[in-house]
Write a protein that binds this ligand. Structure first.
Ligand code: NAD
Length: 313
């Protein structure tokens, strides 16, 4: 298997690169390093420093490496940023993605795995419910709309050009190497700020001072396992990748503070535009194939916190 990992220098992508190499796959990374880091990459991996919005650049990289498979992780990843600038979001997440698909079909790629979003695509998930893959997409932000649009394009490329795909709809992924400086990735943000002795901000779910939005937090190692399964077995269609449990921002903060034995100073903030109140998922289709979210939350938090203790970010 020859896999082109777009966004391979990023948080999730770099863990996928490591796991693929361990399995003996040939791997190349296509990344513009806008948030990805060279330190995330293993020695000797082939790197194409290319922006997915640059079609000739993407085509040249694909022609040079000639992958059989694509893991498309590159994206503008912030919901809040997509609300501020929907055109930029779509230029990377829709048009950039189409450049990848165009390049892929020209070199005869057999299968694409796409990093979609379960955390945003279903819109609000009512109390007591978990969204499985049979729920309709109800995007509530430009970010979610772009991911949903790209899933439609994948289906069209399958039907028109025979390019097979799996869209993995991740919950809120957390773990080592997550960027703690962005607007997404609350576990990483809390870990870094508590280690630096800085105050943390909790955005409201409805009203300032409440426990914050409820999300489905899934450990990166479990997300990587789902990606490997999708690539190795050539899975097709959409799959939720999630823990199947909801946690508020305040619960996440308590878990990180416990792991660090820290006393957080909290700034309570208003609801952020585009943010959902509650998103909890059921990974029904992956469970049916034997995949399980194997990492208990406290264990995942401990591993993440240990990593942030040992690595300056
Ligand atoms: N982290 C989560 O909770 C989560 C949840 C749902 C979906 N996702 C999706 O998973 C994927 C990986 O996210 P992540 O959390 O690892 O974020 P990340 O920012 O660490 O990784 C994204 C990578 O894409 C690269 N990139 C960004 N714009 C690019 C461009 N124009 N051209 C080329 N490369 C570009 C970045 O440099 C980075 O290496 C994304 O598609 C994201 O939307 C993440």
């Amino acid at each position: 298997m020859k896999v082109m990992v777009t966004g391979g220098a990023g948080f999730i992508g770099s863990h996928i690169v490591d796991a693929l190499r361990e399995k003996g796959a040939e791997v190349a990374v296509l990344d513009d390093f806008s948030s990805g880091r060279r330190e995330n990459l293993p020695e000797g991996v082939r790197v194409y420093e290319v922006d997915v919005r640059d079609l000739p650049g993407v085509q040249a990289a694909f022609a040079d490496f000639a992958p059989t498979h694509v893991s498309h992780q590159a994206a503008q990843i912030s919901v809040a940023a997509s609300v501020k600038d929907p055109l930029f979001d779509a230029s990377v997440n829709v048009l950039g993605g189409l450049n990848v698909l165009e390049a892929a079909r020209r070199v005869g790629v057999r299968h694409v795995v796409f990093a979609s979003t379960g955390g945003a695509i279903y819109g609000e998930v009512p109390e007591g419910k978990r969204a499985d893959e049979s729920w309709p997409a109800r995007p509530a932000s430009p970010y979610a709309a772009a991911k949903a649009a790209f899933e439609h394009y994948l289906e069209v490329y399958r039907a028109q050009f025979g390019l097979r795909y799996a869209a993995l709809r991740y919950g809120n992924v957390y773990g080592p190497r997550q960027d703690p400086h962005g607007e997404a990735g609350v576990v990483a943000i809390f870990a870094r700020r508590l280690l630096a002795g800085e105050p943390v901000r909790v955005y409201a779910r409805r009203e300032k001072g409440d426990d914050g939005g409820v999300r489905d937090y899934v450990y990166v190692g479990d997300v990587v396992a789902a990606n490997l399964l999708a690539l190795e077995q050539g899975l097709e269609g959409v799959y939720n990748v999630a823990a199947g449990a909801g946690r508020s921002t305040r619960e996440v903060l308590s878990a990180v503070a416990r792991a660090l034995e820290a006393e957080p100073e909290v700034e309570w903030a208003e609801v952020r535009p585009g943010d959902l109140e509650r998103s909890v998922l059921e990974p029904a289709r992956l469970r049916a194939l034997g995949w399980e979210p194997a990492t208990p939350f406290d264990q995942g938090i401990r591993r993440t916190v240990e990593w942030f203790k040992e690595n300056d970010f």
